[in-house]
Design a protein around this ligand. Sequence first.
Ligand SMILES: [Zn+2]
Length: 348
Amino acid sequence: MGIATGEWHPANSSRAIPAVLREDGILLVAAEEERVLASAVPERTEISPRVGSIPRRVSFPDGSVFETRDNDGIDTYLRGKRGARSGLIHRLEQFHPRLILMTLAVILLATTIYRFAVPVLVEVAVLVTPPFVPELIGSGTLASLDRTILKPSELPEGERQAISEGFSKLATHSKGGQGAYDLYFRDGVIGPNAFALPDGSLILTDDLVKLANGDREMILGVLGHEIAHVEGEHSLRQLYRAAGVAALVMLIAGDVGSGVEDILTQGGALVALSYSRAAEAEADRRSVELMRAAGYDPAALARFFVVLEDKLGDHGDASILSSHPGTPQRQQDIRNYAAELEGRLQAR
Ligand SMILES: [Zn+2]
């Protein structure tokens, strides 16, 4: 079966020999008596493009040319060839290696920025943050939380009064002093929780107070822990980190702007943030120090974690447990530090 019939012209000759173009593993031109006039692998031949009804020319490496008016025959042959190529090779061609390299480079760059640049930028941002920024974030966050997930506290006034007094005693011994902190009582859907905003606002939920079941020192231990998060500027740091990561994501996605602002002012993000283990350990130790300084049981915080685990088990996912895993190790660390402080102070 031939691809097309036509004439073959030897190299540098005007002779025209009737011939058939065939594919037989290779592309070959055969004369009537099956004599092969020219042959080559298809890649080494050149087929002229279709232009109206002008005869097509198939040039062979030896300089000979096969000429045919059977345009359709040639086209059918070419389509068949492309069809075979549209298998693996064609797909490989669409799979641009350069695109893969670019993608890898972008991922690498983003990872590098995340690992090295974001922590540095966060520290710089914390250093240069003017005092009004935490104020703004704090008040903005509390307002947005009050609109969304928080409700006014329903605790008895006397209960709130007693906790507030203990809290003031703790805050007196903190870095910023009593004036640097405000305690807000709230009810809401976030379960037993307590968290600090960067401006020194601490939010304590009714559920946490109820969970303590009258053990006020336990609550104060938690508040001491939260004061430490403010002292260490942990939440500001976390917030900047989240904003930095979001900015990075949006930079790659091509939309920087409103999203970062949202993260800085929307409360949900802050509640969901969890601190690093180092920040948690630091806050635990500081709670022990503050509680001791205020004349309370230094290890009361450890008691809180015991109660929390007993009452909530593993299904306290919206609670303080998710950001404050009260592992036995952690409880032990708190007790050890309390004992250590006691020993150190008695030895003086
Ligand atoms: Zn914490």
